[in-house]
Write a protein that binds this ligand. Structure first.
Ligand code: SF4
Ligand code: SF4
Ligand code: F3S
Length: 429
């Protein structure tokens, strides 16, 4: 089987196809800390693409409650267990190698779904969920659990114990429970498990933007994609007998929506987000297959420069292009299992953001058009304090966002402006 380079793992890994990369890659950052689980994103997606017969149970976008929730139920626990069965106790990161451009999180020394799949004669290890497991889009909604029992459980699986609730800076009583929301769509992975699995070669990755699609004419409903996508994002439709998945709203990305006059537009689920937790863009891929350096691109800056956003389950090996600002109030061991060893750095950066990061974070949901570049106009200092013993200064900078053609599409200040309603407008309807 060929070997490909996975920069999130800092090493080469097995993959059924030779390494090939698109010119641009669809990518996004979700800020877990801001999500309110209103499911507006899920409904935006449902009402756009998923309202027909045979699609009743489909949610290409879903928001689930961690640690217990999942759609389909327990998908991540089951995938992790399947890999563990082939490679017991081996999900280890070597972080001593230091942070390099091509290995920012260290080197993963365990097995990916492809490594484990090779051991059992499959493209990737996986399973097909039962109908019952797809029943609830947010099962265990808002169900909290004790940190102590969970952390002790994680301790037994080799993660070091820490006390994240003490890092929160809170002086409130410590009730030691937590939950958080995980927002999920297809990650349009660099090395998709679904694409690797399909015996009909019906799944392809677009060279222009890296979006992963199922060719509805080629698909014959073998469901290997459903089985071998670890994120469980392809879904089988009984009425057509073919599978479907998130299409990254590609007509909007192509600028086909009349609203933007031909400019690339964010997807439906991103644009609808009430909590302003989502930002999406296209990142340029260099000759070497890595992200080309693009210092003034908001996602390059957030993911590669500040490293405040991390991939979901990078150890599975698909190099997902969805990134998350990890939850600051969950046990660190639990968050590290989900987002890898970059979690501590990411949370520290988020809790005490640099002047530039604070400005760039204002761009989340500032425009329906895709932002390809940002700039910051310095403003006056408005506030200062200490957070966890570190000095934090807030400046009322103005951040600008530019679309693909270089036109300004967003201008927003760090400090929220206050509008005082004129006297004659009090209680005016
Ligand atoms: Fe394929 Fe799953 Fe990756 Fe989407 S998340 S590209 S369906 S492997
Ligand atoms: Fe649906 Fe578009 Fe979001 Fe994919 S990107 S989940 S198709 S709204
Ligand atoms: Fe292939 Fe999945 Fe269709 S495996 S044939 S794309 S159901």
């Amino acid at each position: 089987m060929p070997e490909v380079y996975n920069w999130q793992l800092g090493r080469k890994m097995l993959y059924p196809y030779e390494e090939r990369h698109p010119k641009w890659q669809f990518a996004f950052v979700f800020n877990i800390n801001r999500c309110l689980a209103c499911q507006t994103c899920s409904m935006a997606d449902k009402s756009t693409w998923l309202f027909s017969k045979g699609q009743e149970y489909m949610w290409w976008n879903n928001v689930e409650t961690k640690p217990y929730g999942g759609y389909p139920q327990f998908y991540d626990v089951k995938i992790t267990q399947l890999i563990e069965q082939v490679n017991p106790g081996g999900q280890v990161w070597n972080v001593r190698v230091g942070r390099k451009h091509h290995a920012p999180y260290g080197v993963f020394e365990g097995m990916t779904i492809f490594d484990a799949g090779a051991k059992v004669g499959q493209a990737a290890i996986g399973y097909i969920p039962t109908d019952q497991e797809w029943r609830f889009v947010n099962i265990y909604e808002d169900t909290a659990t004790s940190m102590r029992s969970l952390v002790e459980g994680i301790d037994r699986s080799g993660f070091s114990r820490d006390e994240p609730w003490r890092l929160s800076g809170s002086s409130l009583p410590e009730h030691e429970t937590f939950f958080f929301y995980l927002q999920r769509i297809c990650n349009h992975c660099t090395y998709p498990g679904c694409l690797a699995a399909c015996p009909r070669k019906a799944i392809y990755k677009r060279p222009e933007d890296g979006i992963v699609l199922i060719d509805q004419n080629r698909c014959r409903g073998y469901k290997k994609c459903v089985e071998q996508c670890p994120f469980k994002k392809p879904m089988y439709r009984g009425t057509t007998r073919v599978s479907e998945k998130c299409i990254a709203c590609y007509p909007r990305i192509e600028g086909k929506d009349p609203l933007t006059g031909g400019e690339p537009m964010e997807t439906r689920c991103m644009a609808a987000c009430v909590g302003k937790i989502r930002m999406q863009s296209l990142v340029r891929i260099g000759e070497d297959g890595l992200w080309a350096e693009d210092r003034w691109h908001p996602l390059y800056y957030t993911i590669r420069v500040e490293q405040v956003a991390l991939p979901l389950y990078p150890q599975w090996g698909t190099e997902p292009n969805g990134y998350y600002i990890p939850p600051r109030h969950s046990p660190r061991g639990y968050a590290r299992q989900m987002f890898g060893p970059g979690v501590d750095n990411a949370i520290e950066k988020y809790l005490v953001p640099s002047r530039e990061l604070l400005a760039v974070l204002q761009l989340w949901r500032a425009s329906q058009q895709i932002v390809f570049r940002y700039d910051v106009i310095p403003g006056p200092k408005v506030f200062e304090t200490q957070i966890h013993g570190k000095r934090f200064e807030m400046y009322n900078d103005t951040v600008l966002g530019f679309n693909k053609s270089g036109k300004e599409v967003a201008r927003i200040q760090v400090e929220e402006p206050i509008y005082i309603r004129p006297a004659e407008r009090v209680n005016w309807l």
